[in-house]
Design a protein. Structure first.
Length: 274
């Protein structure tokens, strides 16, 4: 039983006044890789996530048709968007059991892909979810150390501008979850900026060795690259109950899933009467 199903059962059994205990939700992010031909593995990884809201990056019109067809019994809502078709990796999708509102695509500013946002309701609370895909590091083949460092610094500057655009789209009063492929280590600009803005790295909150657990790997020589570059960040309206990396999916990325629950609202002070 997932969190959303449990929530609605709690409404029936306990009554609307007592459902705060059930206000948790599972959110997953998964860069499926636009060239992925392993649809069965993608579906298996999605099933393993048991997510209520699934945020996908690098979908294509073809993979979106496949996913919509095969997920429709579990994810009643499926919405996808792209920009101008300039990049095969530019598209996003939401699959969810909850009906999204205010679906908004923010076109890329400094970067390549932009971000996709939606509002979901759980009980009487609204949740804003932003799925992003930051510009990848592009180091020309055969580059020396100086060229590689220059490319790193240029990409970090793009990430700084991209993450500022993300924060500009956030309403601090609304519970917010920011997920996606950051193409960034935890010590780099974009994750550090979100933490400075008060957001919590969900996986790191549950795993002291978070940065030793990769979400992306690439078969470089002599040693393959394996890095944690996919994240689920949440505002302080939530706390993380659990978070895991699902090591399957047929992509160069692994899905990351977190179960989040609302932090209880502080009671309003009683009016003082003399």
């Amino acid at each position: 039983m997932n969190c959303v199903t449990f929530f609605y059962l709690a409404v029936l059994v306990l009554g609307a006044g007592d459902v705060a205990i059930a206000q948790s939700i599972r959110v997953a992010t998964f860069n499926v890789n636009w060239g992925n031909r392993h649809g069965d593995q993608v579906l298996a990884a999605i099933a393993a996530s048991n997510a209520d809201i699934l945020c996908l990056q690098e979908t294509t019109p073809q993979s979106e048709r496949f996913l919509k067809q095969h997920l429709r019994d579990r994810y009643f809502e499926f919405h996808a968007v792209g920009h101008q078709g300039a990049y095969a990796a530019e598209r996003f999708a939401f699959a969810s059991q909850l009906k999204p509102r205010d679906l908004t695509f923010h076109p890329p500013q400094a970067g390549l892909f932009g971000l996709y946002a939606a509002t979901f309701s759980l009980g009487d609370r609204n949740i804003r979810v932003l799925s992003l895909h930051l510009t990848p590091f592009l180091i020309p083949r055969g580059s020396g150390l100086r060229d590689a460092m220059g490319a790193l610094m240029a990409t970090e500057e793009k990430h700084r501008q991209e993450i500022e655009a993300v924060l500009a789209a956030v309403d601090q009063n609304v519970p917010t979850i920011i997920v996606g492929d950051f193409n960034s280590l935890a010590s780099f600009e974009a994750p550090r900026r979100l933490i400075a803005a008060g957001f919590i790295d969900s996986f790191a909150a549950m795993h002291a060795d978070a940065d030793t657990q990769p979400t992306w790997r690439w078969p470089t020589r002599p040693l393959p690259l394996a890095l944690r570059i996919d994240y689920i960040f949440h505002s302080q309206h939530f706390r993380t109950v659990s978070s895991e990396i699902i090591q399957q999916g047929g992509s160069d990325h692994f899905p990351v899933v977190s179960e989040l629950e609302f932090v209880p609202l502080s009671p309003r002070p009683e009016p003082h009467v003399e």
